[in-house]
Each structure stands twice: as C-alpha cells, then as structure tokens.
Design a protein around this ligand. Structure first.
Ligand code: HEC
Ligand code: HEC
Length: 348
C-alpha cells in the first residue's frame, strides 16, 4: 500500500478501503481482537461522509478562524502538508516546529494533528501530555526500531505514527518529548457507568453516536464505548478543548479497583508499586490515571500479545500475562475514572 493512498483513505475518514483484505473470511480474527474490538475500533463499514465546507469556521473564546482544509493541514487537496489549526495558542507553550508542522518530505506528520497542540490526544491515538520526557523519548525510539506495534495490524493510524517516528532524529525526539512533558495533565474524560449506551458507528477509529432515525440506545455488553462529548467539535472542528465521555459497564470500576489495588490474589500486581501514588507516574514510568480507557486497553493487550515489547515493556509482562479481556476492561474503567493529578503535582 502506497503512503499516498493510505493517507487518502485516512483523510476521507475511512480506513476501511485499505483494511478489507486483512479481514477476509479465511483468516478469522483472534479472540482478543473480537473481545476488545471496542478499544481498537477498526472502521470496516463506510461511515457517512463529513460535510464539505470551504467556509471559515470558528469556535468560542478564540478570534481565529480556519477552513476545514486548514483545520487538518491539507493543501491543494493533499493531506499532511501544512500545520493544522492551532485554535488556542495560549493553552500551551510554543510548539517545536516539527510538532506543529511535521515534514512531508520525510513522511513526518504534524504531531498536533493527531495528539492536538495541547497533547491531550483522542481515543484512537494517545494522550502524551504531562508524561515524563525520558519515557516519551523511549517510546519514540521503540516505534522507530519496530519493538512497539499495535496488536491489530488493521489500525492504519498506528502505521502513520511509526512512519512519523522513523523519519525523525534523536534531537527531534528530545525536543518534542520536552514539549509534551511540559504540559500538565488535566481532566479530559468523563466516565459514566451504565447498562445502555447510545448506538454508535465507527469513523477513523472513533465511536460516533448515530443521529436522526438511526439514533437510539443498546445494551453496553462487555464493552467500553468512548465517544467525543461533542462529535462535531471533535471530528469536524478538531476542538482541543472538547473532551470525551467513556461509557463503562455497571460494576466495572469497582472490579478494576480491586485488581489495581490488590493485584487480584496473584493474578496481577499492584499498579502503584511502579506507577506511583494516584497512578500519576513516577520517574520514567508513565502516568495511567484519568486517561483514555480505549488507549490504555490497547496498551495492556498489545503488551500481552507481545507486539509492544520494548525493554521497559518487559516490566509489564508479569502484570498482563494472566489478564483476560474482561480484566483489561475493568482495569481501564477504573484507571480512567481516577482524578487527574492535583495542580501542584510536578513530574521530574
Ligand atoms: C496520524 C496520527 C498521528 C500522528 C501524526 C502522530 N501520532 Fe503519535 N500516536 C498515534 C497513534 C495511533 C499512537 C498509538 C496509539 C495506540 O497505541 O493505540 C501514538 C502514540 C504516540 C506516543 C506514545 C504515548 C505513550 O503514552 O506511550 C507518543 C510519545 C507519540 N505518539 C508522539 C508523537 C509525536 C512526537 C508525533 C509527531 C512527531 C506524533 N506522535 C504524531 C498517532 C499519531
Ligand atoms: C514492575 C513495574 C510495573 C508494574 C507493577 C505495573 N507497571 Fe505498567 N508499566 C511499567 C513500565 C516500565 C511501563 C512502560 C513500558 C514501556 O516503556 O513500553 C508501563 C506501562 C504501562 C502502560 C502503558 C502506558 C502508556 O502511556 O502507554 C499501561 C496502560 C500500564 N503500564 C498499566 C499498568 C497497570 C494497569 C498495572 C497494574 C495492574 C501496571 N501497569 C503495573 C511498569 C509497571
């Protein structure tokens, strides 16, 4: 698959064209990808098109206006060419150039497009803001060297992340890591325990509530459905102040709390041993509290399946080896429900 055609399908909002062949009937999906399909959210059916617009668009509390092409950094119909919209420049320090613009000549895509200028990220990518810089540098090296991959090869934006890291230098890793560490984590996801969820469809790795005649509710089952609090702001306008809602099954937070705090009678380990008080991270061990449950579930499964296998990930092997997909769900329901670190918390 050529790079240009991957980005073409990605930007039109559907990765389905490029992934169809992997999901053929002669190659059934492994159980973990069926059970955790909610976390990988692979877009298989063509989603309804996003509206077309050449108008200058706006958001509250900012004088800036951007067209849809400017919002996503598209130029002359080609994706990933220029800096995507920075709606609220006052919300973050000055971005390193590579973070803001990328460099199309070496397939480095602007980090700000997927992770947002403020590093909060979305459920289908990752939330790097406020993580320790040495941890972040290590992850970028792991993407580049091939020891960090997703367990679902159909996840197209993961490939773009890997290509982006491959195009970058050590100096750039250090520069973007310092930038991402400098932003404090604050609440971004609201967790709601429930038996029923809005019916959703998938677009670009995100669950989006159906509208009009198709709207309705359905049983949540053994799933977490993480969806933008305001789909239009997240998808169309890419508003970096508009967060997410995570619907989680009733009782999952309590079951997760038990596993996280006690290790579940030898099934796993107490997370705070390494992830620190409040699971807010310590040294080069990442913070896992109050962040995207879909992202965290993918990480636990990727480590369990052995596709995320950097040197540091070896420490996580005994933690994940005995976890079922349901344990993973319960654990991330709990971790995402934890409060963001207090404002005075500072990470070194
Ligand atoms: C096309 C979208 C996209 C772009 C552009 C992108 N990323 Fe990512 N990034 C991802 C995805 C997808 C993941 C992994 C999500 C997962 O594991 O499921 C990720 C993960 C990461 C992580 C790991 C976070 C953690 O907690 O371990 C870091 C660090 C990161 N990206 C940094 C960057 C930087 C720096 C840039 C720009 C140079 C960048 N990304 C550009 C999509 C993107
Ligand atoms: C022995 C130490 C240790 C214990 C115990 C531990 N972790 Fe980790 N964890 C790590 C390290 C080290 C990493 C970074 C892995 C890497 O660099 O790839 C990590 C990474 C993670 C990540 C990925 C974070 C990200 O931003 O991508 C998640 C999720 C995670 N741990 C969850 C847990 C949970 C849940 C528990 C308890 C059930 C736990 N960990 C217990 C050491 C530990």
């Amino acid at each position: 698959m050529k790079y240009q055609s991957i980005i073409a399908v990605l930007v039109t909002g559907g990765v389905f064209l490029s992934v169809g062949h992997i999901n053929s009937a002669d190659k059934p999906l492994p159980d973990h990808l069926k059970e955790l399909a909610w976390a990988y959210a692979i877009t298989i059916e063509k989603p309804p098109p996003l509206p077309k617009s050449d108008k200058k668009l706006s958001l509250p509390d900012t004088p800036l206006k951007f067209t849809r092409d400017e919002i996503v950094g598209r130029k002359d119909g080609v994706a990933f060419q220029t800096a995507p919209a920075d709606w609220y420049p006052g919300d973050h320090p000055e971005m390193p150039e590579i973070y803001a613009k990328g460099d199309p000549s070496r397939q480095v895509i602007a980090c700000a497009l997927c992770h947002y200028p403020n590093g909060k990220g979305k459920a289908e990518n990752a939330p790097p803001a406020g993580q320790n810089r040495d941890y972040l540098v290590q992850q970028l090296r792991d993407f580049k060297s091939g020891v960090r991959e997703g367990a679902d090869p159909r996840k197209t934006n993961y490939r773009l992340m890997i290509d982006t890291a491959k195009g970058m230098s050590e100096e750039e890793f250090a520069e973007v890591a310092d930038y991402m560490q400098s932003m404090k984590w604050s609440q971004w996801i609201k967790v709601i325990e429930t038996d029923t969820v809005p019916k959703t469809y998938l677009r670009g790795g995100l669950h989006i509530p159906l509208e009009g005649k198709e709207a309705g509710t359905e049983p949540i089952g053994k799933r977490i459905i993480e969806t933008p609090a305001d789909p239009n702001r997240t998808e169309f306008l890419r508003d970096p102040r508009s967060g997410f809602i995570a619907y989680v099954p009733k009782g999952s937070v309590k079951k997760g709390e038990e596993l996280v705090n006690t290790g579940g009678a030898g099934k796993t380990f107490q997370c705070a041993l390494c992830h620190g008080p409040g699971l807010n991270g310590i040294g080069n061990i990442p913070a896992i509290a109050s962040r995207s449950p879909s992202y965290m579930a993918r990480q636990l499964n990727d480590m369990k399946q052995g596709t995320r296998k950097g040197t540091m990930a070896a420490l996580m092997q005994p933690v994940v080896v005995n976890l079922t997909s349901e344990d993973i769900l319960n654990i991330v329901a709990y971790t995402s429900s934890l409060p963001a670190p207090p404002a005075e918390h500072s990470k070194k």
